[in-house]
Structure formats: C-alpha cells, structure tokens
Write a protein that binds this ligand. Sequence first.
Ligand SMILES: Cc1cc2nc3c(=O)[nH]c(=O)nc-3n(C[C@H](O)[C@H](O)[C@H](O)COP(=O)(O)OP(=O)(O)OC[C@H]3O[C@@H](n4cnc5c(N)ncnc54)[C@H](O)[C@@H]3O)c2cc1C
Length: 386
Amino acid sequence: MTETVDAVVVGGGAMGTSIAYHLAATGLGRVVLLERETALGTGSTGRCAGGFRIQFSSEINVRLSLASVPLIRRFSDEHGLPLDVDVDGYLFLVRDEAAWAGYRAAAAMQRSLGARVEELDAVAAAALIPGLNVDGVVGATFGPDDGIADPSGLTYGYATLARRHGTAIRLGTEVTAIRASADGSRVTGVSTRDGDIDAPIVVNAAGVWAGPLAATCGLDLPLEPQPRHVVTTSGFPGAPTRRTLVIDASTMFYFHREGAGVLMGMPRLADAVATFDTVVDDRWIADELLPQAIGVLPAIEDAGLARSWVGLYEMTPDHHAILGPVDGLAGLYLANGFSGHGFQHAPIVGKVISEIVTGAPPTVDVSALRLERFARGELIGESHVV
Ligand SMILES: Cc1cc2nc3c(=O)[nH]c(=O)nc-3n(C[C@H](O)[C@H](O)[C@H](O)COP(=O)(O)OP(=O)(O)OC[C@H]3O[C@@H](n4cnc5c(N)ncnc54)[C@H](O)[C@@H]3O)c2cc1C
C-alpha cells in the first residue's frame, strides 16, 4: 500500500532537519524526513568546520546570516537543547591593496545592513591572535558576532525538535526518484527502495547529491561537488587561546583553535574540478597546506597532525544557494547549492522554506536565489568563499 503524507523532506543533514522541524512546527500535517544513511549528518554537515559569519560580499548572504546567526546563538536558550557555540569572531587578513578595497566595500555594505564589522590594521589584528604573522597585511576585517558552532549538535537538535512535532525520521531510506503528475506540472511524491510515498510537497535537501535526485523529475541543477580538506593538530606551544576563525584572504587558508591545537583548511587548485572523490591527499597536506599554515601562524611548526578528512562543497556557478519553488513543477522546493556555507544558513533556510510552503511572508526575501536565475543569466557575485 502506498503511504500518503503531507510533506517529504529528502536528506538528513543540517538543512533537511531544520526544514523538517520548521515545516512540522507550522502544523502542516504529516512530515517525513528520509535519509539514505543509517545516521543523520554524515554528509557535508558532518565534515564541515562549523563556522558562522556575517562577513559575506553579497547582500543576500549577509541578510541570510543576519537572520540565521541569532537562531544558532539562541538555539539552546530557545529550545532547551545542548549546542556548543563560541562567538570569538572571524578575522579576514588581507595582504593585497586591490583586494583590501573589496573587503572594505563589503564591510561597509555589511554595516549598512546592521552588522558589526571592524576594519583593523596589522597591529590590531596581531593583538587578537598572538603569534600571527601579519607581514604584508594591509588591513583586516573582524566580525565580533561571527563564530563557530557544532554542526552535529545543530542537526540532532533540529531532528529532536522535528520529532517532537510529529515528524517521522527514517534512516537507511534512499529516495530513488521524485515523482511528478502525468502532465509534469506538479510533484506527487517520491519513490524509495521500500516503496512509494505520495505527498503534494517534496523538499530536495540532498546536499551535494541533490543534482542526480532532481534529474529524476527532469530538473537540471547547476551543482558541482568540490572536495575540501580539513586537518586538525594536537596541542602545541603558542596555540591560539581564542576560537577566532582566521582566514588569509590571499589563499583562503583558515584555522581556528580546536581542542588544544587547531583545525585548518585551504582550497587546492585541483578542488575546482568537480568530483565525488574524498580521498585525503597527504602529499598536498605536507607540501602545500603545512607551509602555508606555518607562514600564517609560525607556532604550527611544532604541532603534530591529528586527523585529516575531505568533505564536499556543493558549488553553484555563482556560489549562492538554489532556494525555493520551481517554475512549472508545483510542490517541489529546493534547498541546495550552499557552496560551502550551508551549515550556518540552515536555521533561516528551514524557516524561510516553511514560510514559502505555507504562504507566509518570508523572513528573508530569497526570490533572487531561485533556480530560474541561471537560465535568465541573473547570477549574483560572492567573493568571500572560503
Ligand atoms: C570541509 C568543509 C567545511 C565546511 N565548513 C563550513 C563552515 O565553516 N560553515 C558553513 O556554514 N558551512 C560549511 N561547509 C558547508 C556545509 O557543510 C554545507 O553547506 C552544509 O552542511 C549542507 O547541508 P545539507 O544538509 O544541505 O547537506 P548534507 O549535510 O550533505 O546532507 C545531505 C543529506 O542527504 C542525504 N541524501 C543524499 N541523497 C539522498 C537520497 N537520494 N535519499 C535520501 N537521502 C539522501 C545524504 O546522505 C546527506 O545526509 C563546509 C563544508 C565542507 C565540506
């Protein structure tokens, strides 16, 4: 017998669990979240650095962060569930005059939207993180309200809240297709390996795997998997005491304190080539990441490597998410393509998707992020992609 529900959410990462909770909390009816793995948060969410920031270069990303970051910071107080959050800021170090002009313009835009962002000189930047190499730094921007939170904690927190509102969360359930009506004008549900589920609303929150899923109902999502390395170290003398996330804007090398050591990462040139391959490249870590790390924070030379892994960014051509309904296919909603900053936007995206589905005025106008922008050539720029 085919099961019938009011809404299906595909994907149990930060995004899917937030969407399921927010949808269920509207009183929409029976919401089912389907995750193909046997645990939640094992996709990009489980491999992410957990950073949240208001410092973006596009207005829409700043608006999403301004609405989302308070939901992360208030999560425990609001919901009575544990979530590790540190608000020690993000520090962008800029060593190039032309790039500095761009960072200052972005900071001015962020402030015009209500964000707190400071412009620092090299001395003030070094005072924040003792031991930081600020040679050649022409300026730095510091967002005191930016920080780091636990991706797994947020995902399981939203899953708990979703369950409390009646959502059924099914693990080990792969969605093999999104089904549409015979005339192709609306979705009718999904197919899984365990059978079909009928639903008038389907949300694709399948992360970097959203493209193949969307293709089953004839949609082409411009979405590429791009690998990113993360490396953690053991404790070392001179490790930063603050958890400020420091980014060297010339290479996008970043680090923050993790345990008694640091967590760090940097894009490789090869990462621009789309692949689902997540094999760790030890040679690149030794030859390129570590020299860069020591160049930015010389004390890292005395650190031992602890763990390394590779996760996948879900990149779109303009490094912005694909959000909202789809022209000509009623009932399908997309929450994809977060291009490396989806963890922090999961709270507000869940809320906004639930508002769009139920016809409530959205907290943030995300109409510029609809899929159709690619066909219209209305791409949006974002230079602060880490
Ligand atoms: C190394 C790294 C560092 C990052 N750092 C940050 C950061 O500091 N801050 C930040 O905001 N973002 C960061 N990100 C990006 C962030 O991790 C992602 O944007 C975010 O986790 C996306 O969440 P999601 O729920 O959409 O996707 P995912 O977490 O990938 O979840 C998608 C889920 O869908 C499931 N799924 C896929 N297909 C199907 C199917 N057919 N049926 C059922 N289930 C399916 C998958 O198993 C998966 O669990 C980082 C990413 C990486 C890789």
